[in-house]
Design a protein around this ligand. Sequence first.
Ligand code: ATP
Ligand code: MG
Length: 255
Amino acid sequence: MSVALFAVHDLHARPASDEDGPTPTEILKGLNLTVDAGEVHAIMGPNGCGKSTLASCLLASPEYEVTSGRIEFNGDDITDWPTDVRAKAGLFLGFQYPQEIAGVSVIQFLRQALSARKGIDLSVLELRLATMDWMKRLGMDSSFVDRYLNEGFSGGEKKRNEIMQMAILEPDLAVLDETDSGLDIDALRIVAKGIREVRADRPSMGVVLITHYQRLLDELAPDHVHVMVDGRIVASGGMEIAETLEISGYESFRS
Ligand SMILES: Nc1ncnc2c1ncn2[C@@H]1O[C@H](COP(=O)(O)OP(=O)(O)OP(=O)(O)O)[C@@H](O)[C@H]1O
Ligand SMILES: [Mg+2]
C-alpha cells in the first residue's frame, strides 16, 4: 500500500489552557482526512465548526493543544513536530487573517522563509527576478515586494501575496484557509488561476482548501469535498456536495 502524502487520524484538539484556568472545551472532536499527492481537497463548514483551528493545528500553533490523534506527512508522524520543522518539510499554511510583520518587507520575508524552507540563500536581486514573474501572473504591481508585510494590504493583496509565497516556497502540501474571503470576482479568478498555475508547475502538490463559497470550487475543481460540522468531517464526496450545500445549507449534515 502506498503512503498518503498527508493524513490526519482521529484528531482531537482544544485551545491551550492556562495552568490554573478551567480546561477549555474541545474544538476538534475526532477529525480524519487523507490527502494523496496531487489532490485538491475542499473543506466546507459553518462558522465556528473548527476549520481555522484545524489549520492552526496543522502548523503546530502554540495556541492549540492536540490532545489525541495523529498527523502524518510524507510517511512521518509529525504530530509533535514544531512549526519551523513542518514548514521546512514542505507544509505551507495560508492564514485566514495574515499577520502584519512590522518593518519586514515582502521580499525580506520571502528570503528568510525560502532560506528556512530550502536552505537556499538567494540574493535580493535573484529573488526579485523570481518574484517578478509571479507578480505579473497574479496581477500585482512590481513595487509590491518592497512594502512591509501585510501592512495596509487590502484583502485581495493579502491573498495574492499568500499565493505568491506558496509559488516561491514550493510546498508539498498547501493548506489555504479562506483564500477567497474578501476577494472581488476578478481577484478571485486571479487567485484561482494562481493556484492552478502553481499546481501546473508542481503537479504532485496537495492542496487543502478551506472555503465558504462554491465559486472558488468552480474555478479549482477539487477532487474531494468534505463537510465539517462540530469538529469532525461528517460527509465527503465530489462537487455534488458543494452543490447540495448551496441549495440546502448545512442543516441536513447536522446530526
Ligand atoms: N483560542 C481559542 N480560545 C477559545 N475558543 C476558541 C479559540 N479558538 C477557537 N475557539 C472557538 O472554537 C470554535 C471554532 O473556531 P474556528 O475559528 O476554528 O472556526 P471556523 O470553522 O474557522 O469558523 P469561520 O468559518 O467563522 O472562520 C469557535 O467557537 C471559536 O470561538
Ligand atoms: Mg475560520
